[in-house]
Unconditional design. Sequence first.
Length: 138
Amino acid sequence: MATTAGHSEWASDAVLEPLRRHLRDPSAEFWIGPGWYRLALRCHEAVAVEFPDYELLAVKQKWAALAFQANPHPWTPNGTAWTRAESTRLHAVTGEFDRISRTVCESCGRPGTLRGMRRLHLTLCDACETTVPAGGLR
């Protein structure tokens, strides 16, 4: 549930801690605003149901949408450790959250739309459109 403009009920990305064990690079940061924390957590849960050992490469905002970049299984130096069908299924799951994110304000979690008036495209609600700086949320 969202709160006032520019503020999410989940103010800290600590809520994304369950995703950390899947990161290829444990020091990686999550490059999304607090309005998408719940969405990223739901995406993680959906991916983990089908691919319990999935490898997470990045969680970020890209072209005003949630980019949950992952492999179905950890990559190995000996070659790809997953099938084309697994890759297709993973992209179908993450693609659904990409689609949903295009309607959710990245700053506060309220309904939002694409805002292209900055150098960075963002999905924001009307209230956050006036409070988010030109450079984005981070």
